[in-house]
Design a protein around this ligand. Structure first.
Ligand code: Z15
Length: 820
């Protein structure tokens, strides 16, 4: 373990005393009566005491140096448990382990007491967490701004195979030990009301917003501890409180008094995270969350700017605001409003600042995920912002007219306002027009953003569209979650790789080394055993670690095609029972996924996989060759056990639809071989590890587009491929739902009569072939060992440290500040 500044200052006796003090004074337990949870809380608080001190010191030194910084605005930060990870970053893992042992405790057990703060849905939120880790590790000045949801993403359980959602009170009754409330940073946020014209002292006619009501924003800071340095950056989460209760519907009706006594309170604004991933629901409360988030964050950025003695004119020189998807887009008209209405800047001066402050990351091309808000909803809740959006659009349309005179078609297409039954505001268009940089999240995705999503914008604003390929933090996703592999890697290439992941390439020369292969495979085996024990303890299913552990872990979505995986499993089931000569290496198919509560087909797919699992896991005819495990309640802390145990990584989205993926990177880093389509970052993983060390299958992006254009005919595949037919038809029997045929037929129906929108049937045969190749190659353990070692060795590019350096060099232009 590398040592760092704080390590030297670590005083074991003092730390133990601090833990015992918190146990008594903060959690009202004595060492004799305390349970494991209280001890974890006390340890967490004792550590937070150290990190909060460093956070304040970092804040002070960065303010004094008055350097440029980035503000990462995101509605989601899927940070996962902090204690273990922060211990690694602080360089205190061993020391604290020894300290708590002297208190009669086991650190590993204590860490299991922590609930995951699940303040995000999936990839987008987890990316934001990895980015904060990499900003702090490399000391690029940054503040993360998010929402302090009372309830994070629901926890999931299964009842009779069906998903059941339970609210996630992640802070528990005692509160979360790592967070600290900052009352001095509170903000007041307006809502509703009207815009009025008045004449100022200089005699100029001005506009101003007169909100009908206000709510209060309370800041909570979570410490993002820099790896092996002294920097601690704030993840600042806003909680909404209301001075008085109010009712939204009645407020809009003008029933002011009634509204005060309604059921809905402004406290509800940050009550719960919307559980949709890659899907826009367009709910009023969600817009309120977005505005509340933006208003608090922009005000706090300006507060810091002025507190450091700066003028408003220098804002773009000192601050960049990164919009994580369109969710915080309303920050743009909010800043314009403040510059014009409060700081009295003219439009052009305000625009010159604002359009050099904001940058936007696009994470998806899926039409159902592109946010559009109805004009009337925005005009009602945020009337002044709607005016400003119209003005931005008016000026933009003038620009379009200059470039393509008289071309109304192009105007209609590019306009921020979509005409129709009710006019809608296209948030992505607003972002592209109003920012200095737009980026996609993998090379392929960024090309498609340019070519298909925003082709004319690329002509209008040459140089604005960038690529920054996503990455993952090697601290959490290797060093912390895979101690066995970490030790082996340390032995071969030293201990600097967690901060310099390219160094992993030094492992490549051991790929053929028999002794190293054996040790690498032994580590994998241990990790498989650790996960198998978890499955035995929590699900009562016995797994054989000699089987191939084949893993698909991600949100449940049709475009991610868990149902393609299911069809392959059904094909194996069919062949084991019907083809006398068919043989396969034992395989465990591991799924973990949450479905959005309103997404019926996604829930059907979960149910089907659970039902198939029930049957195959207990069918003696299969000779133990086939197991299916759907692990409930997928979350960061589960990923930390599953990923190190994976042999095969399923990345099987329809080409062109997964913007990047980041689970693909974590799995390859931990030595799983990818079976995947030419989609998102899979393309770049293949480039790095080489075509021999990945299993690519399926239609390419342009083949997908062509097939859709020509009209995809699912029945053509159904009739031509008897294995596909047998697999699909199993869904119409009662094989997996004894006595209840038809319970699984919605999936078959969707694929055959619903047009198979994600081309599952078109890719099935090639997918089956790729799996046969995996089966053959796994049986040759020397070959497999070489390939898995080379995956770990060759994916250094996918460190989020590199992603952050790309942002820093190409977009944010920051200089690192080393905190003393
Ligand atoms: C989300 O998790 C992603 C995109 C979105 O537009 C929304 Cl709303 C949520 C994911 C992408 O699907 C995934 O491919 C990507 O790796 C991730 O964002 C981070 O960029």
């Amino acid at each position: 373990m590398t040592t760092r500044g704080q390590t030297q200052q670590f005083d074991k006796a003092l730390f133990k005393a601090s833990v015992e003090k918190h146990l008594v004074t903060t959690y009202a337990k004595t060492p004799e009566t305390a349970d494991s949870r209280s001890w974890y809380l006390a340890v967490g608080k004792a550590l937070a005491e150290i990190s909060t001190g460093s956070l304040l010191e970092t804040e002070k030194q960065i303010a004094e140096q008055n350097v440029r910084s980035v503000n990462y605005l995101s509605l989601e930060f899927l940070i996962g448990r902090l204690t273990g990870n922060n211990l690694i970053s602080m360089g205190l893992y061993e020391e604290v382990s020894a300290a708590v042992e002297e208190l009669g405790l086991n650190l590993t057990d204590l860490l299991e007491e922590e609930r995951d703060p699940a303040l995000g849905n999936g990839g987008l939120g987890r990316l934001a967490a990895c980015f904060m880790d990499s900003l702090a590790a490399q000391e690029y000045p940054a503040v993360g701004y998010g929402l302090h949801y009372e309830y994070g993403l629901f926890s999931q359980s299964f009842e009779g195979g069906h998903q059941v959602e339970v609210p996630d009170a992640w802070r528990g009754i005692e509160g979360y030990p790592w967070e600290v409330v900052r009352p001095e940073l509170g903000q007041t946020v307006g809502l509703f009301g009207s815009v009025e014209t008045y004449t100022d002292k200089a005699g100029t006619s001005c506009r101003r917003w007169v909100p009908a009501m206000t709510v209060e924003g309370v800041a909570w800071d979570l410490p993002i501890v820099g790896y092996d340095n002294k920097s601690v950056y704030p993840l600042r989460l806003w909680e909404c409180r209301s001075p008085a209760p109010f009712n939204l519907a009645r407020f809009n009706d003008g029933d002011y008094v009634g509204a005060q006594y309604g059921q809905l309170e402004a406290g509800n604004v940050t009550k719960v995270l919307y559980p949709n991933d890659n899907h826009d629901q367009g709910k009023t409360l969600r817009l309120m969350q977005q505005y509340f988030h933006c208003a608090c964050s922009v005000a706090d950025i300006l507060r810091r700017h002025f507190a450091a003695g700066n003028k408003i004119e220098d804002l773009a020189k000192l601050e960049s605001i990164q919009l994580n998807d369109t969710h915080p887009t309303i920050a743009i008209p909010e800043l314009m409003r403040i510059l014009i209405d409060e700081h009295k800047l003219g439009w052009d001066a305000a625009w010159a600042i604002s359009s050099k402050v904001f940058a936007y990351t696009n994470h998806t091309l899926l039409p159902e995920a592109l946010e559009r808000w109805s004009e009337s909803l925005i005009a009602d809740m945020l009337p002044r912002h709607m005016e400003i959006i119209f003005e931005i659009n008016h000026r933009f349309m003038t620009l379009v007219e200059e470039k393509w005179p008289g071309n109304n078609e192009i105007k209609r297409k590019l306009s921020i306002i979509e005409e129709g039954q009710q006019r809608m505001v296209r948030m992505a268009n607003l972002c592209v027009v109003s920012t200095y940089a737009v980026n996609g999240v993998a090379a392929l995705h960024s090309e498609l953003v340019k070519r298909d999503l925003f082709p004319e914008f690329n002509e209008l604003f040459p140089g604005r569209l960038h690529n920054v390929t996503n990455g993952v933090t090697p601290r959490r996703w290797l060093k912390f979650c895979n101690p066995g592999l970490t030790e082996l890697v340390n032995e071969k290439i030293g201990t600097e790789w967690p901060a310099k992941l390219e160094q992993l390439s030094g492992l490549a020369k051991f790929a053929e080394d028999k002794k190293f292969q054996k040790r690498y495979l032994a580590v994998k085996k241990d990790n498989k055993q650790r996960f198998a024990d978890w499955v035995q303890d929590n699900m009562g299913i016995e797994l054989d670690t000699n089987a191939i552990f084949d893993v698909q872990i991600k949100r449940l979505h049709e475009y991610k095609r868990q149902h393609l995986n299911l069809l392959h499993i059904l094909s194996l089931y069919h062949r084991l029972l019907n083809e006398p000569t068919f043989d396969m290496h034992p395989r465990v198919f591991i799924f973990a996924a949450k479905a959005a509560p309103g997404y019926a087909l996604a829930k059907d797919i979960i149910f089907a996989i659970n039902k198939v699992a029930d049957k195959v896991n207990n069918d003696p005819r299969l000779g133990g060759k086939l197991k299916v495990v759907f692990v409930p309640d997928y979350r960061v802390s589960l990923a930390e056990i599953i990923i190190p145990a994976a042999d095969v990584s399923e990345q099987i989205s329809t080409a062109g639809l997964e913007a990047s993926g980041t689970g693909n990177m974590k799995l390859a880093l931990n030595g799983a071989l990818t079976i995947g389509t030419m989609d998102g970052a899979n393309v770049e993983i293949r480039e790095e590890v080489g075509d021999e060390n990945i299993f690519i299958f399926g239609l390419l992006v342009d083949e997908v587009l062509k097939q859709k254009e020509e009209g995809h005919d699912p029945y053509r595949y159904y009739h031509a491929d008897s294995l596909l037919r047998a697999s699909l038809d199993l869904l119409n029997t009662d094989e997996f739902t004894p006595g209840n045929p038809g319970q699984l037929s919605a999936i078959r129906q969707n694929l055959l009569d619903g047009g198979d929108p994600y081309l599952v049937l078109a890719d099935f045969a090639d997918y089956v072939k790729a799996h046969e190749k995996i089966d053959a190659e796994y049986r040759d353990q020397a070959t497999w060992a070489r390939k898995t070692i080379l995956n770990t060795a060759l994916v250094g590019k996918f460190s989020s440290d590199r992603s952050i350096r790309d942002y820093v060099n190409n977009i944010w232009k920051l200089k690192a500040v080393s905190v003393k």
